[in-house]
Structure formats: structure tokens, C-alpha cells
Ligand binder design. Structure first.
Ligand code: HEC
Ligand code: HEC
Ligand code: HEC
Ligand code: HEC
Length: 125
């Protein structure tokens, strides 16, 4: 009898752990830390993933996690399981990785006239 209770307890704990891990995996993104930047000149940029996208009202994940085919963005495909640097190389030709980040992040802030555009507002010490 005791043994059965113990097993039920273990199953319950595991189930809760799985729910917690899947529910919070994206919320854990608090800053952008692309692994391609080995020696960093700046601290990783502040980016509260879910909160940011909600406030900025970005519904399409492909705005950032995009997929291209023959130079054209594929509308209903996304690449959130990949780091930007898996496609955009550090010494990209003609546009290096750092410029891709700045184009995407700062570019939208400039366009919308909302969100930070100063270095120290994103790269917070
Ligand atoms: C404004 C840009 C942006 C938008 C919009 C966006 N993401 Fe992300 N997301 C990022 C960045 C930047 C990272 C972290 C760096 C990386 O993994 O390349 C990230 C990371 C992730 C990760 C990996 C989390 C981890 O723990 O490593 C997942 C999963 C993810 N995003 C899913 C989504 C989904 C689903 C949506 C749409 C609802 C979405 N993202 C919309 C920029 C964005
Ligand atoms: C699966 C590969 C892939 C991933 C992952 C990817 N990109 Fe791209 N991205 C491309 C391709 C292909 C193009 C089109 C050719 C080009 O402009 O380099 C592109 C274009 C761009 C452009 C210029 C065109 C535009 O839409 O304004 C920016 C900026 C950009 N990517 C930023 C990012 C950022 C930031 C991330 C990570 C959140 C990311 N990309 C992830 C493949 C990818
Ligand atoms: C498609 C447009 C868009 C893109 C792409 C985008 N942002 Fe934003 N961002 C916004 C808007 C709009 C706001 C202002 C939201 C508000 O406070 O109402 C904002 C606000 C912010 C803020 C202020 C704090 C906050 O969460 O509101 C930070 C930090 C930020 N963005 C970082 C980033 C980073 C880093 C990236 C690239 C990975 C990025 N943003 C990409 C539109 C965008
Ligand atoms: C809207 C937010 C934003 C602004 C404003 C911004 N950056 Fe960034 N920057 C990023 C993101 C996101 C990355 C990728 C972060 C990472 O993976 O470490 C990045 C990466 C970098 C990198 C490469 C990684 C490193 O630390 O060596 C440098 C250098 C950099 N930024 C310098 C600057 C400078 C200088 C300015 C001001 C002229 C600036 N950034 C403004 C978001 C921003």
C-alpha cells in the first residue's frame, strides 16, 4: 500500500515539473545572448520575450523567427528552434550578424517610434 502511494506521488511531481518547464521555457528569455558572439563587447540586450511581444503587439512569430525560400519570406513557417546565427553568420556578406540584430530590433523601434534606440537602453550594464 505504501509503495503505491509513493509511486502516485512520483507521477504527480513529474507531471507538475513537465507542465512548469514547458509553460516557462519562453518566459525565461530575458535577454538576447547569441552563442555566436564569443568575446562580447556589450552585455546581452534586454529582451523580456513574451512581455515584449505582447506590449509591442507582434502576433507573427515569423517577424523575427522567419524562414525564407528563394529570397522570399514564407508566410506560415517559423524557425524559433534556431538561433539567428545559425543562418546569419558573424561575418555575413554583405550584412554581418550584429547588423541583422540591429536592423530587426532597432529598425522596428525607429519605424514605430517606440522602444529603445540608444545603445545603453538595450545593452544595460
Ligand atoms: C521581436 C522578435 C521576436 C518575436 C516576435 C518572437 N521571438 Fe522568439 N525569440 C526571439 C529572440 C531574440 C530569441 C532568443 C535568441 C534565439 O534563440 O535566437 C527568441 C527565443 C525563442 C525561443 C527559444 C527559447 C529558449 O529557451 O531558448 C522560442 C521557443 C521562441 N522564441 C518562440 C517564439 C514564438 C512561439 C513566437 C511567437 C508567438 C516568438 N518566439 C516571437 C525573438 C522573437
Ligand atoms: C532559417 C534561417 C534564418 C533564421 C533562423 C533567421 N533568419 Fe533572418 N533571414 C534569413 C534569410 C534567408 C534572409 C533573406 C536574405 C538576407 O537578407 O540575408 C533573412 C533576412 C533577415 C533580415 C533582413 C530582411 C528583413 O526582414 O528585414 C534581418 C534583419 C534578419 N533576417 C534578422 C534575423 C534575426 C534577428 C533572426 C533571429 C531572431 C533571424 N534573422 C533568424 C534566414 C534566417
Ligand atoms: C516589429 C517591431 C519590433 C521588433 C521587431 C522589436 N521590437 Fe522592441 N519594442 C517594440 C515596441 C512597439 C516597443 C514599445 C512597447 C511599449 O512599451 O508600448 C518595444 C519596446 C522594447 C523595449 C523596452 C521594454 C519593453 O519590453 O517594452 C526593449 C528593451 C526592446 N523593445 C528590445 C527589443 C529587442 C532586443 C528586439 C530584437 C530582438 C526588439 N525589441 C524587436 C517593437 C519591436
Ligand atoms: C534595440 C536594441 C539594441 C540597440 C538600441 C543596440 N543594440 Fe547592439 N545588439 C542588440 C542585440 C539584440 C544584439 C545581439 C545580442 C547578443 O547576442 O549578445 C546586439 C549585439 C551587439 C554587439 C555584438 C555583440 C557584442 O557584445 O560584441 C555589439 C558590439 C553591439 N550590439 C553594439 C551596439 C552599439 C554600439 C549600439 C549603439 C550604437 C547598440 N548595440 C544598440 C540590440 C541592440
Amino acid at each position: 500500500m505504501k509503495r503505491r502511494i509513493w509511486i502516485l506521488y512520483l507521477i504527480a511531481v513529474t507531471a507538475v515539473a513537465i507542465v512548469v518547464v514547458t509553460a516557462y521555457s519562453q518566459e525565461n528569455v530575458k535577454s538576447v545572448q547569441d552563442s555566436a558572439f564569443k568575446t562580447k563587447m556589450r552585455p546581452g540586450a534586454v529582451f523580456l520575450h513574451d512581455e515584449h511581444n505582447e506590449k509591442a503587439e507582434i502576433d507573427d512569430c515569423g517577424t523575427c523567427h522567419h524562414v525564407y525560400k528563394d529570397g522570399v519570406k514564407v508566410e506560415d513557417e517559423t524557425s524559433e528552434d534556431m538561433e539567428c546565427s545559425e543562418c546569419h553568420k558573424i561575418i555575413g556578406d554583405p550584412v554581418p550578424l550584429v547588423a541583422k540584430y540591429h536592423l530587426r530590433c532597432k529598425g522596428c523601434h525607429e519605424e514605430k517610434k517606440a522602444g529603445p534606440v540608444m545603445c545603453s537602453e538595450c545593452h544595460v550594464r
